[in-house]
Write a protein that binds this ligand. Structure first.
Ligand code: FES
Length: 109
């Protein structure tokens, strides 16, 4: 899969009922790759939009217990890199992720 919005075939595999209501996609950056993901969703859910099966079948508790969703995120306020849990962090335009746990499998090439 290439970075960016999911293609039509991929969207067929994404159950949009899983997502918080959204009206538009916002651009975030993962490991230097721009991705468009649904606004108003946690980062892990947003990643499911572009990597449906990888996230759906991943080892994720979705409720802040396992830590398998941890990513490194650049703080927009300080510029410092902090570790956040993707299941707890809401996406925002310009969100910049610089590191992923081994459980977050994305094909960014
Ligand atoms: S998915 Fe388990 S802590 Fe986020």
């Amino acid at each position: 899969m290439t970075p960016g919005p999911a293609g039509r075939d991929e969207l067929k595999q994404v159950d949009l009922d899983l997502f918080e209501p959204f009206e538009e996609l916002i651009e975030i950056e993962i490991l230097g790759h721009p991705l468009e993901v649904p606004e108003n969703n946690c980062l892990l859910r947003a990643l499911q939009y572009v990597a449906a099966e990888s996230i759906a079948y991943g080892r994720f508790c979705w409720n802040d217990e396992c830590g398998n969703c941890e990513v490194q995120c650049v703080s927009p306020e300080t510029g410092e890199v902090t570790v956040v849990r993707a299941c707890q962090e809401r996406v925002y335009p310009g969100m910049k992720i610089t590191g992923l746990s081994d459980d977050v499998l994305l094909d960014l090439d």
